[in-house]
Design a protein around this ligand. Structure first.
Ligand code: CU
Length: 151
């Protein structure tokens, strides 16, 4: 079981076009974006910022989308090499706080693209499930965000 790193607003989301936001209960999911991939890519990465305006902590339990596997990952430096690890218990969104998924840190990993790359302008539908706020449908917009992550 890997330890959760709760890096809260440690880095800013690259702000491009403002923003498509999604709301469920007291949770706001701001500007979900995915990186374009090359044609042979087997994986893609998605990012967003989640804010919890509620009085209690909540947990993002899962992200589902139409791929063989979708996971939440974080990135850690080990001996100068960036490695990803699975956020198994989900991600706690603290009351009154935000958690950012961004290149170089937490990300949603879409696995098993199988020759259907993410192209700019495309939207990737996904379902987020929170422990308290419940389920919400969102779209990751594929945008040419400045890349500095692992993939
Ligand atoms: Cu990953």
């Amino acid at each position: 079981m890997l330890k959760h790193l709760l890096a809260i607003t440690a880095f800013a989301v690259p702000t491009l076009a403002l923003a498509h936001d999604f709301t469920v209960g007291e949770i706001v999911i701001a500007h979900p974006v995915a990186k374009p991939t090359i044609a042979s890519a087997m994986t893609g990465a998605g990012y967003f910022m989640i804010t919890n305006n509620g009085a209690e902590d909540d947990t993002l339990l899962s992200v589902e989308a139409d791929f063989p596997r979708v996971m939440m990952h974080d990135t850690a430096m080990e001996d100068g090499v960036a490695t990803m690890f699975h956020l198994e218990g989900g991600v706690v969104i603290p009351s009154g706080g935000s958690v950012t998924f961004a290149p170089g840190g937490k990300h949603v990993m879409f696995m098993g693209l199988k020759g259907d790359p993410f192209e700019i302008g495309e939207e990737i539908p996904a379902t987020l499930t929170f422990e308290k706020a419940g389920t919400v449908e969102i779209n990751f917009a594929v945008e040419d965000i400045a890349a500095m992550d692992h993939s």
